[in-house]
Design a protein around this ligand. Structure first.
Ligand code: ADP
Length: 169
């Protein structure tokens, strides 16, 4: 069984097998957590990402962590919220599932996720948290033992804690 934890912090500091990056489809860096990860990982990440030729929304691609304490970075562009009728929920579920598949492929035991799509992509926080927790709980893992959601702010932390509690009822 995967152990799920919710913590507050900066995901660029995570010493785990893999961290997830809430990227955009170019994979060339951006604002928010993506910018922080590219800055902390260093120029080799930009070079590695350039060779990947982008990534579709809901899919995931992996690079080394380079200057990060994490061994791998799993990049996934989450969906941009467009009001809820553009397949956003399914795409967010795909992001979580495909990141977990990538983590298994690289035999990762510990994976940290940020709150995908709830920043500039404006996915409603409580629903995003429910989708994150249910996608993780449904996943059949072999190597993964621990998953943490690394919330950057207390409101995000509370939303994921509530989603986890509701799922455990
Ligand atoms: P998206 O484009 O998928 O919405 P954002 O980066 O705008 O991605 O936001 C996703 C979440 O990541 C937000 O809750 C934001 O506050 C958070 N975030 C920003 N920087 C960091 C960081 N260094 N570590 C963890 N989470 C972060």
């Amino acid at each position: 069984m995967i152990k799920i934890k919710i913590i507050q912090g900066d995901i660029t500091k995570s010493s785990v097998d893999a961290i997830v990056n809430a990227a955009n489809t170019t994979l060339m860096g951006g604002g928010g957590v993506d910018g922080a990860i590219h800055h902390a990982s260093g120029p080799k990440l930009d070079e590695a990402c350039a060779k990947l030729h982008g990534c579709k929304t809901g899919e995931a691609k992996t690079t080394p962590g380079f200057n990060l304490p994490a061994k791998f970075i799993i990049h996934t562009p989450g969906p941009i919220w467009r009001g809820g009728h553009s397949n956003e929920r399914e795409l967010l579920r795909n992001s979580y599932k495909n990141c977990l598949k990538e983590a298994e492929k690289h035999q990762c035991a510990s994976v940290d996720f940020p709150s995908i799509s709830t920043g500039v992509y404006h996915f409603p926080l409580n629903e995003a948290a429910q989708i994150a927790i249910s996608s993780i709980k449904e996943f059949k893992a072999h190597f993964i033992k621990q998953i943490r959601i690394v919330a950057f702010d207390p409101v995000t932390k509370t939303a994921y804690e509530k989603a986890l509690k509701d799922k455990e009822k």
